[in-house]
Design a protein. Sequence first.
Length: 637
Amino acid sequence: LPVAVTTRVTINGRIFPREDIDVWTFRGRKGRTIRCEVEAARLGSPLDSQLEISDATGRRLAVSSDHNGPDSFLLFTPPADGEYHVRIFDAAYGGLQTYVYRLTLSEQPHITSLYPLGAKRGTKVKLELGGLRIPAAPQWPAIPQSAAADYVTNFQIGQESTNDVRLETGDLDELLEAEPNDSADRAVAISPAVIANGRIQRPGDADFWAIDAVQNEPVTIDLRANRLGSPLDSVLSIIAAAGTDVTANDDLSPTESDSRLRFVPPGTGRYYLRITDRSSHRGGPEFAYRLQVTSGGGPDFAITLPSDALSVDRGGSAKMRLNLTRLNNFVDEIQIVVDGLPPGVVLTGDKVGKNRNDANLTFTAEAGLPIKLHTCTLRGAAKIDGREVSRVAVLPTSRGEPSLDKLQLAVAMPTPFKVAGVFSLPYGYRGTTYVRRFGLERTDYDGPITVQLAEKQMRHLQGVTGPKVVVPAGGTEFDYGVALPPWMEMSRTSRSVVTASAQVDDGTGKKHWVSFTSVAPSEQIALIISPGPLSADIEPATITPTVETPSDVQVKIDRDAAVTGPVQVELLMPPHLRGVSAEPFVIPAGENAGVLRVRFTADAGPFNMPLTIRAAHGAGDQRIIAEATLEVVAPGR
């Protein structure tokens, strides 16, 4: 059900249940740009939003998926005055009570880019801003001497304030871009300690900076772009005066696209820093960077957590892979230490050999441990220049948010049963229910087990639904039927999975919910979608409501030989639509047509979506359905 809103609004919504799509409509004015922004992942929601804007005819005009992480953002300029629809859904067609979001539709001034990305404390900086309703003239904010390293500010545009923007601040001298510097002979000379600001202004652009270095005196070069919100995926190269490449760095770590080098000059003389985007097809005024050049910089390392939580079944094991970033030519062994590891949980794989950039840890829990959540800290210990150093592993977070340096380690109940099956890929017929026989492999639990469609599905679900089935105590087999909607796309593979769950005693009299989800291919309900045994067509497909005269819709069905009995035809009504009715009728066995008489009252409407005419045969798992859509066009449209 589309809901009309006015722009300059923030909508609180939720994608629930799975495959839910929320639709909001607004009146747009030609050439008047509107900001459409989703906040979900940044608020802790699991929603990976997909945002689409279409006109009143359904023609899609704009799409956004990932912008601020998984959150969507776009600036939409209506091509004409009229009504526009904003659709928001999960990119994987998931959905649950926790899939909440905030959607903002606004014409207020909004900054989308700025240059430079930072400034020296205690100075005024000339800021070039880009975005929605942002004037071309630069702003000159004063950076306080006490400014935080991640300084937040905004600007007054007329009578309105912009969104907050962040500037990196520090105490090093700043140098603004020295364009054109797209070749070595145009390079501007810099020396430690300084921050040089620049931009990859166009696709294929390269920036050059010159350094006069002394043999064997290290220089650390840290290029900061993506960490500060720039789309630049940098490649940093050092080139000798003769034009030969000395060294280069693409990504700082497997999870960060910025670049960093510790350069030990092989000889005294001039060297050039060359900065490009990894793709020669990318560039623009927003592709800004900050190049921090400092003397020295000893060997070091950093560790990245893949997640802030890990579950280990008691009597079992769980694995975790850490990413290590070796800095400034650090090559030695690193020992992984877990502070707060509960007694009875053993860590293996905790030694990282020389030059390795990952650690594959295994946590093993004893069988009788209490079910409990523990807070741990992971760190790496190593010797650097004869000193013992320790570096805490952190989970990367959005800019401006505190780093997560704790691991929530849960000792959990193992699931004493699993869903089992033999792989098959039969045809599934649209409009029918496909029933699959599953096995249940039990270990030390003989109680009842509840089976239902899993909250997270595999692919190509397209409206597949299923019941909640309770397998009685001791049961080792069950049948599970999925209803296949008549609109499913044919010749595609649908893969549905089920979750089996039960409350299991942990041995102390306390019960815990445990579950098993059938993700393995042999445990899926995998089907090749094919035409159904019943189809329906209507004539006319579009009607205009009149109070005085009912609209007769001719319904014709096409049935396979197996569909021999009567077929009931009815009009399905959306809950928001009023003033429309039609008496169901039956097409007898041996016949293939009938008339559905649709009546309207004077206040009928709103007609903002098609009606559905359904033909159905049989009941339960033997029920077969076919559907056709009926467009209702109000007079004068």
